[in-house]
Design a protein around this ligand. Structure first.
Ligand SMILES: Cc1cc2nc3c(=O)[nH]c(=O)nc-3n(C[C@H](O)[C@H](O)[C@H](O)COP(=O)(O)OP(=O)(O)OC[C@H]3O[C@@H](n4cnc5c(N)ncnc54)[C@H](O)[C@@H]3O)c2cc1C
Length: 410
């Protein structure tokens, strides 16, 4: 008797969700191939991210945390000051989980590399230089992915992990919403041999008079920093790339003018060329799947503004939960519907949370007064409960061995 071939998934995008869904699917008995647009890892120089405990938990659920656990450094606490340098409070960066997991700051490029290496070590093929442009459903229900170079690939299902500007999203729903611009930019990086006066394991953030700024000491004697220069209207890509390093430094100095703290020294010491990225979120995508053979996860389905510090963790949770659903549900449609029923409320709540934090960064004069009065109260409450009020966010746990009950049977 010929054995039934394993189902095969086409995964579009090898960022955070892509390699992890490949590893999780492998555990669920589903083979996959990852197709990535970029010929080689994108230039993500200078960009660090905060991977929270729930994201690490998702990796641990499929025994894929080792490579990532070795990256960056843990962040235990977050402290806030206003423009004048007055303390607005200090609180745990993450809820205190029973397993002791906490947040880690790590270079984004290293995270991508670690996840890709982990997937490759488990036999996943990642094909670079494949920009997905379209998909067709074939007569037998399988799906053909079409790439910009004229090639194609056929699989039983297609999973869009292609990020916030997802093409898979518009193939599933040509009317799909486009990302919403959040009116701040992101800039930042790492400075070796540069010390800031902040205790180890703490991230200090400043609600500057005109710009949000953050810095944290790294265990090797350097500093990680970021800033969120406000920009009321969405800049064109060309507009941003036309701003030179010298102009950025001048602009950041100007925005932080009159504020207390090390921001000016940080701007001067930053060794790499300073650039900035626009910020987007994606509050509600109506269709995550086509009820048949195509689905989107991660930023393609629900991007949060970076201030939530949760985008990567959400993508990791999605990847593992989708594999569980495909493993335990009787067919792909049921798996997609069950996945959505398990994920939608949580991720939309997080997107809302991220948008609130971004707006407080760009407060006007009246908003600043209210904020400076309210935040100490809020931070004190969070600190008093040892971060328990954030447990819904960072305390999330996935038991990959547990069986998912299909939505129709619940
Ligand atoms: C400035 C900034 C700071 C952030 N800080 C944090 C943070 O502190 N903590 C946090 O958790 N999150 C943070 N995020 C968000 C986080 O980076 C994302 O949520 C996360 O990367 C989403 O993972 P993903 O796999 O869905 O998408 P991505 O990581 O964006 O991966 C998408 C992949 O798909 C590829 N791709 C795109 N289109 C195609 C196509 N047509 N065909 C083939 N491949 C394609 C891309 O090249 C990319 O490799 C931040 C984001 C930004 C912009």
């Amino acid at each position: 008797m010929t054995p039934t071939p394993l189902p095969h998934a086409l995964i579009i995008g090898s960022g955070v969700a892509g390699p992890v869904v490949a590893m999780a699917l492998q555990r669920a008995g589903i083979a996959s191939t990852v197709f990535e647009r970029d010929a080689e890892p994108a230039n993500l120089r200078g960009s660090w991210l905060n991977l929270q405990a729930n994201g690490m938990d998702a990796l641990q659920a499929i025994d894929a945390e080792a490579g990532v656990d070795a990256l960056g450094f843990p962040v235990e606490a977050i402290s806030f000051v206003n423009g004048g340098g007055r303390s607005l409070g200090r609180m745990p960066m993450a809820a205190r989980r029973p397993d002791g997991r906490t947040s880690r700051m790590l270079p984004r490029a290293d995270l991508y590399t670690a996840l890709q290496n982990a997937a490759a070590d488990r036999g996943t093929q990642v094909v670079h230089g494949k920009r997905f442009v379209d998909a067709q459903t074939l007569a037998d229900g399988s799906v053909r992915a079409l790439f910009a170079d004229g090639t194609s690939a056929v699989g039983d299902l297609l999973i869009g992990c292609d990020g916030i500007h997802s093409r898979v999203r518009t193939v599933i729903d040509p009317q799909a919403r486009t990302p919403r611009y959040v009116p701040v930019l992101n800039s930042g990086g790492y400075i070796p041999n540069f010390r800031v006066d902040v205790p180890a394991g703490e991230f200090r953030m400043q609600f500057g008079t005109r710009c949000f700024f953050g810095w944290a000491p790294t265990p090797d004697g350097g500093t990680v920093w970021f800033s969120n220069p406000p920009m009321a209207t969405e800049p064109k890509r060309a507009e941003l790339s036309a701003i030179s390093d010298a102009q950025w430094r001048h602009r950041l100095h100007d925005l932080m003018d009159g504020d207390a703290g090390p921001a000016h020294d940080i701007i001067d010491a930053a060794p790499d060329e300073i650039t900035a990225w626009p910020t987007y979120d994606l509050p509600k995508v109506d269709k995550w799947h086509n009820h048949r053979n195509m689905i989107i996860i991660g930023d393609a389905a629900h991007a949060t503004a970076p201030s939530a510090g949760q985008g990567a963790s959400m993508a990791l949770e999605d990847a593992v939960v989708l594999a569980q659903c495909l493993r335990d549900c009787p067919d792909t449609t049921s798996a997609f519907v069950t996945f959505e029923s398990l994920r939608r409320a949580r991720v939309q709540k997080i997107v809302k949370h991220g948008n609130r934090s971004s707006n407080s960064k760009a407060a006007g004069p009246v908003g600043r007064v209210v904020r400076d009065l309210m935040l100490p109260v809020i931070f004190r409450q969070v600190a008093k409960g040892d971060g328990k009020s954030m447990m819904w966010l960072q305390g999330h746990h996935i038991d990959f061995g547990g069986t998912v009950i299909p939505a129709a049977r619940r």
